[in-house]
Design a protein around this ligand. Structure first.
Ligand code: C2E
Ligand code: CA
Length: 575
């Protein structure tokens, strides 16, 4: 049988704990006498002891009563430290002071109320304390849903909601949308451990929170290491970055050199929805990616134009597919191991003949379509066109000329990919090795086993795989022995840097040798001069693609190259 009053087993029935930070015995005694009936009081006579109690017991303390004159540090400094740590920043602090001038400053620093000294009557003190605790607990209940647990900042949904509320009250007020994140946070976590990573996030959050308390504005952690800030307009944010970096470089987070990246969309257009404003800040942040000294990117007119263009291209996409505005060009690849270079295969490269913008190069729209998912539709269109073209050339010239198509990383995640490619091959009566698949190196280095498995399956079906842009990413030469590939395609940059200025082909030489060890044929891309062809041939390169032989051509023009090969192989049959 249960004994005792079970109604006591409720949080609301427990005695709340109050931390009393006060060094003078007489004051301690008065307050303890006032409070002991209703509260459990922990006394800390110095700032250091107070911080220790807060650090270890912040979850169970309901209120801090803070005397401003302490033996070790000033009470206001202590208040600042409480508010700078995201674990304790929601602790309500009542400041006790005889100096009425300190009241305003305490409130600005985040104190919730103050009690004058000498103390007022007991019932006044008790009433203030009860009201403060009730208020803060109501707020905490709400906080559980609206705040990010790790940092105590708002979560994204509430953040957007509050941003809109701020607008409602400050329509004309110039406001900035900011995205802030940490460079290579992922590797910081890996190097120093998750607890350290969490401490960094909390510290950053604490800094943002106190900044917002002082200057107005709100902040949230939108995910992992990305923070959003919505605040009154500033001309220059470099000082923020400086102060934040200083703060992160000291104390428990000081061991890893942490670098920040910030994107600002200044004076936001308040007719845009909140998410759009932060998309713009994000665009601005992306402009400083990887750039050494510049850490703040601004959303400006150029970015605006770019965004408009992106929007237009995405909007125009369905009509472009319907109306056949995409055209597939073919760039020849020549075998240079034979005495006379010989046309061996081609790469299909897409172009967009836009009705109002003219010819658009894929460098502009492919990354955009990869981001927005449209790439799958476009790639299927290109693959189907290329396969139909192989068929036609086969029929017209009696030559099986393999064509390679580009397969985006996004395509590799599509569970229907294999079926789709099989359909295309079968529909055109081709063999699997007549349509080559170019897969960019970075897809492999993304380190996803799923991707590597998918490529293995494609190979098992009979497709041959070319690793595209080799050398542009971070794959090591040793990976070549384990990855599922049949042909290595050197990145264009390899040729550029080997032949510009003082000629240095040692790197190409090394890659060619290693590829030889693994039995991988090598295609060199971006070859523009006779000298480059001669050198590559001498170093043992098999196949060359580039302006030296030909730019990418429409199918009709490409046919002349096939006809020429045909003529050489079989002069008698040439009309
Ligand atoms: P990529 O696969 O590396 O294609 C080679 C690019 O280098 C092509 O640019 C080609 O025109 C260019 N190029 C060839 N030879 C030379 C040369 O000697 N000198 C110079 N300076 N450039 C040369 P393009 O056609 O603008 O394509 C750019 C990128 O767009 C391609 O790079 C590829 O990643 C992507 N792409 C093109 N078509 C498709 C497609 O149908 N699907 C997908 N997913 N991506 C595509
Ligand atoms: Ca390619």
């Amino acid at each position: 049988m249960l004994t005792g009053d079970q109604t006591l087993f409720r949080p609301s029935a427990e005695k709340r704990r109050i931390l009393l930070v006060e060094d003078e015995m007489i004051n301690q005694a008065i307050l303890e006498a006032y409070l002991e009936q209703d509260y459990e009081v922990i006394v800390a006579p110095t700032g250091a002891e107070a911080l220790e109690v807060i650090r270890t017991q912040y979850e169970t303390i309901s209120l801090v009563l803070l005397d401003l004159i302490l033996p070790d540090i000033h009470g206001l400094e202590l208040l600042k430290q409480i508010k700078a740590d995201s674990r304790s920043l929601h602790l309500p602090v009542i400041v006790m002071t005889a100096d009425s001038g300190a009241e305003v400053e305490s409130l600005t620093l985040g104190a919730i109320d103050f009690i004058p000294k000498p103390y007022p009557q007991q019932k006044v003190v008790l009433a203030r304390i009860r009201r403060t605790i009730e208020f803060s607990e109501d707020r905490d209940t709400l906080s559980l849903t609206e705040r990010d647990r790790l940092t105590g900042l708002y979560n994204r949904d509430f953040f957007y909601r509050y941003a809109i509320q701020l607008d409602a009250h400050h329509k004309e007020f110039p406001t900035d949308a900011i995205v802030l994140d940490i460079n290579h946070f992922h590797s910081i976590n890996e190097r120093y451990g998750k607890a350290y990573g969490d401490a960094v996030l909390r510290r950053l959050a604490g800094w943002l929170f106190s900044r917002m308390e002082r200057e107005g504005g709100i902040a949230c952690r939108s995910r992992a290491d990305t923070f959003l800030v919505y605040c009154p307009h500033h001309e220059d944010y470099s000082l923020w970055i400086e102060e934040l970096s200083d703060s992160l470089d000291s104390g428990e987070t000081g061991k890893g050199h942490i670098r920040l990246r910030m994107g600002v969309y200044p004076n936001v257009d308040k007719t845009l929805d909140a998410e759009r404003r932060f998309d713009r800040a994000k665009l601005a942040a992306n402009t400083v990616r990887g750039s050494g000294s510049k850490t703040v990117g601004l959303y400006d007119h150029a970015l605006y134009e770019k965004e408009l263009l992106s929007e237009q291209l995405i909007e125009d996409f369905p009509a472009a597919i319907r109306e056949g505005q995409f055209q597939v060009y073919y760039q020849p690849k020549y075998n240079i191991r034979t005495e006379e270079p010989q046309l061996q295969s081609a790469e299909a490269l897409v172009r967009w003949k836009h009705p109002s913008l003219g010819m658009i190069s894929p460098g502009l729209f492919i990354p955009l379509f990869e981001e927005s998912g449209l790439i799958q539709t476009l790639d299927r269109y290109v693959w189907a066109a290329a396969a139909a073209q192989i068929r036609r050339w086969k029929d017209d010239f009696g030559i099986a000329l393999p064509v390679s198509v580009n397969v985006s990383r996004v395509d590799l995640y599509d569970p229907q990919l294999r079926d789709c490619l099989r359909d295309i091959i079968e529909k055109n009566g081709l063999a699997f090795d007549e349509l080559l698949l170019e897969i960019t190196e970075s897809a492999y280095t993304e380190n996803s086993q799923q991707l590597v498995d998918e490529v293995k399956q494609l190979r098992a079906m009979g497709f041959r795989i070319e690793m595209d842009d080799f050398g542009s990413g971070y794959s090591s030469l040793s990976m070549l022995s384990t990855l599922p590939i049949d042909i290595l395609k050197l990145d264009i940059q390899f040729i550029r840097s080997a032949f510009e200025g003082s000629r240095d082909t040692r790197l190409i030489d090394a890659v060619l040798r290693l590829a030889g060890v693994f039995g991988l044929p090598v295609v060199a891309e971006g070859v523009e001069t006779a000298e480059q062809v001669a050198t590559l041939r001498a170093l043992g390169c098999d196949v060359v693609q580039g302006y030296y032989f030909s730019r990418p051509l429409p199918a009709g023009e490409f046919e002349h190259l096939i006809a020429k090969r045909k003529e050489r192989e079989d002069p008698a049959s040439a009309g």
